[in-house]
Design a protein around this ligand. Structure first.
Ligand code: 6PG
Length: 465
């Protein structure tokens, strides 16, 4: 029987949740997993939705169970597994059959796969799916990339399973090739920075202000009622509130301070460097994760130099204001990176729609994204910090960012992402910076030339002899 409307390969956490979401929205779906035992467990747990799901034990049966022209989502670990899966599928597919990679692929891989698919005359989509397991099951944010006709073929399914904001589905076609996965990568870079800045203010509350985990929870809960309202602030409150059954202590206090990473934040920084796009807040967040991994070295450092944090005299409201300013700087950098990448790749990225698609479903969803969508509608290629709404917010909040950063630094509290945000703000409002010194040095040692403030053209200094 070939009557499923769509197929999905890879019943890991995300693939299983996405399959149930698709079935729940009324679509018949076929599923396949490399290990059949996993397929059986999945079907056992599917409950009433099992009657919308066709499990297959071989790839051949799986393909045969989907109505042609087929649409097949692959949700396997990013990297070689995706290429292996595509290679295994290809011989079984017809020319109109569509493969959709919904994993966290590196956009360069997606661009290559898209080009290979294009050369073979078969459609391929790379879609970024955000929202974790809960999002995948009940409404993720979806960032699509690849040929528009291919997107149009499956957009009714993707829009049906996506989160909705004001009844608008959080599923959008971003452009050709690897654009969907690029947008998802930048989403993750921003996610790293957002999380790092929250971790930094948590450090100020805990180490500088002596607040308990429960106190921190109360602070995050209050902030979640204001301009910082977001999923990440919400869950920061929840994780601060939770208790460990084994020790009875707050869970936060028993978690080792060594953060994992699968690499998407790093990819954002690498791509930003390729494009010459400044993303210092995201860079600081990625570096902070790397430093967190150096637990033994940090222990040695504390043994040698002593622990640095000392009490600070700050109010939570001022810290909240600092975080607002830091967040605006981080998103401004992310959107500038997207704008540059769109131009470099001829994607014509829909800037306001990117902000819109992130308003719900994804990890970085927040109240502020709606204001960002509005600002980007008026000026899609202008740095968000100059949009009247955000410029006013920076005027109000940047002094508090400065106060919090300088206070934290002078008391030995590490705030790398917030510091990077403040420095970016200061550099971006300084018409005459200090790169004239760099230019003089370059010209001195390499005759690279410099521009003058009072004349056109390339000039050299009087260094010789
Ligand atoms: C999402 C997340 C997700 C990401 C994990 C952890 O949008 O749902 O970004 O895709 O993989 O949250 O990523 P790291 O392991 O790199 O922190």
């Amino acid at each position: 029987m070939s009557n499923s409307e769509i197929g999905l390969i890879g019943l890991g956490t995300m693939g299983a949740a996405l399959s149930l979401n698709i079935a729940d929205k009324g679509f018949d779906i076929s599923v396949f997993n490399r290990t059949t035992a996993r397929t059986h467990t999945f079907m056992d747990q599917a409950g009433i939705l099992a009657n919308k799901i066709t499990p297959a034990e071989t790839l051949e049966d799986f393909v045969a169970s989907i109505a042609a022209p087929r649409a097949i989502i692959i949700m396997v670990p990013a990297g070689e597994a995706v290429d292996a899966q595509i290679a295994a599928l290809r011989p079984l597919l017809g020319s109109g059959d569509l493969i959709i990679d919904a994993g966290n692929a590196n956009y360069n891989d997606t661009a290559r796969r898209a080009a290979e698919a294009d050369a073979a005359g078969v459609p391929f989509l790379g879609i970024g799916v955000s929202g974790g397991e809960e999002g995948a099951r009940f409404g993720p944010s979806i960032m699509g990339g690849g040929p528009k006709p291919a997107w149009d073929r499956v957009s009714h399914i993707l829009e049906a399973i996506a989160a909705r904001y004001d009844d608008t589905p959080c599923a959008t076609w971003m452009g050709e090739g690897g654009s969907g996965h690029f947008v998802k990568t930048v989403h993750n870079g921003i996610e790293y920075a957002d999380m790092q800045m929250i971790a930094e203010v948590y450090g100020i509350l805990r180490d500088g202000m002596g607040r308990s985990a429960a106190d921190c929870a109360a602070v995050f809960e209050r902030w979640n009622e204001g301009p910082l309202q977001s999923y990440l602030i919400e869950i920061s409150g929840k994780v601060s509130r939770a208790h460990d059954a084994k020790s009875g202590n707050p869970v936060l206090d028993i978690i080792l301070d060594r953060a994992g990473q699968k690499g998407t934040g790093r990819w954002t920084v690498i791509e930003a460097q390729h494009l010459g796009a400044p993303v210092p807040v995201i860079e600081a967040a990625v570096s902070a994760r790397n430093i967190s991994a150096l637990l033994d070295v940090r222990k040695e450092g504390e043994g040698l130099f002593g622990a640095s944090p000392r009490p600070v005299d700050l109010e939570p409201d001022i810290v909240e204001s600092a975080l607002i300013a830091g967040k605006i700087m981080c998103y401004a950098q992310g959107f500038v990176l997207l704008d540059l990448a769109g131009r470099a790749n001829d994607w014509d990225l829909p800037m306001p729609d990117i902000a819109r698609v992130w308003r719900d479903g994804c990890i970085i969803r927040s109240a502020m994204l709606n204001d960002m969508a509005r600002a980007l509608t008026e000026a899609p290629d202008h740095n968000l910090m100059f949009a009247p709404y955000f410029a006013k917010m920076m005027e109000q909040n940047a002094p508090h960012l400065r106060h919090v950063v300088t206070t934290a630094l002078s008391h030995g509290l590490s705030v790398p992402a917030l510091s990077a945000a403040l420095t970016y703000f200061d550099m971006m409002r300084t018409a005459r910076g200090t790169a004239n010194m760099i230019q003089a040095q370059r010209d001195f040692f390499g005759a690279h030339s410099f521009e003058r403030v009072d004349a056109e053209g390339a000039h050299h200094g009087p260094w010789g002899g």
